[in-house]
Design a protein around this ligand. Sequence first.
Ligand code: OSB
Ligand code: MG
Length: 370
Amino acid sequence: MRIERISLYKIALPLLFPLEVSFGRWTHRHSVLVRVEGEGLEGWGECPAGAFPDYNAETWVTVLYVLKTFLIPPLFDLDVRGLADVTQSMSRVRGHAFAKTGLEWAVLDWLARAEGISLAQKLGGTRSRAPVGVSLGIEPDIEELMARVEEFLARGYARIKLKIKPGWDIHVVETFRSRHPNVSLMVDANNAYRLHHLPVFQALDEMELLMIEQPLEHDDIYFHSLLQKELRTPITLDESIQSPLHARAAIALQACRAINIKPARMSGPSAAVAVHDICQNAGMPVWHGGMLETGVGRVANIAMAALPNFRFPADISASDRYFAEDIIDPPVVLNSDSTVSVPRGPGLGVDVKLDLVESLAQIKEVIERK
Ligand code: OSB
Ligand code: MG
């Protein structure tokens, strides 16, 4: 199959409320959307790169530049028989995971639509519903956070994730636990701590947490293995696991007891499935993370979360947790059992609101086959 045209849309969707994490405050979902066209079909993907390189080294500016300069032009020469052809072409470019992700998902959506099967089927997903939770940020005061927690429990989310940082940790978890002793709770430190903070983790270790996410440096695996030895609570790694080799290292070192899979962080679905399979064979559970994606990226994540080794609720919430209006139709909704349904239609299984995307686009670039 031949790709004839690739359109890039830089958008910024305001979040209904900002998400503050240890390293900063997110008020918008900046994204570059990728639309692949060819053979009378289209496919969509999302590059969830922000305005500032704080989660990883990328921004939406680097994503646009790398896509149009290096990643996209060689694709027009390919006869695409499977996603591997595109993954292999892109492997000549080092890094730039978010840029590659949007292109991989768009091509996979395009290929799945050509076959008339869903993204989940294409990936080997087996579930019809994926258990999910909600990720809530740091707030100006603890009562505001507790009010937000109660709002989301009332909406039906059965697992809460709270962001922590030094000074916003033990007391917050204690307050939560005193009011909700039996609610499934985890914390995400987004790399805000060092090994000398061990006493904080020993205190958290007594509070029945499902997992402690990425406590130490964003690019560390070894020191996490030292911390994990001291704790009963499973550590889960997010930022540190960018490739299948990183997952192998974390398994060998016993640096964590679960791995957070975000396809975007791993350059796309090819590497994400590889990490899923490596972990499954090693007896290491995985769970699905999120990057506050618009509906395009989120529905792709839901398809990924349909694979069998996803063992804990995903950071994939309903559209109305993030945005006043999502860019997909129908939007993602929460089922009464704290799950989201895996779409069954071809490809993403939802419609992308092209008119809305066109009107939101701050930058649009169209690259055509010559
Ligand atoms: O660390 O998991 C994270 C959002 C942006 C950047 C990093 C993270 C997050 C989240 C949000 O926790 C999860 C979601 O998409 O709902
Ligand atoms: Mg995280």
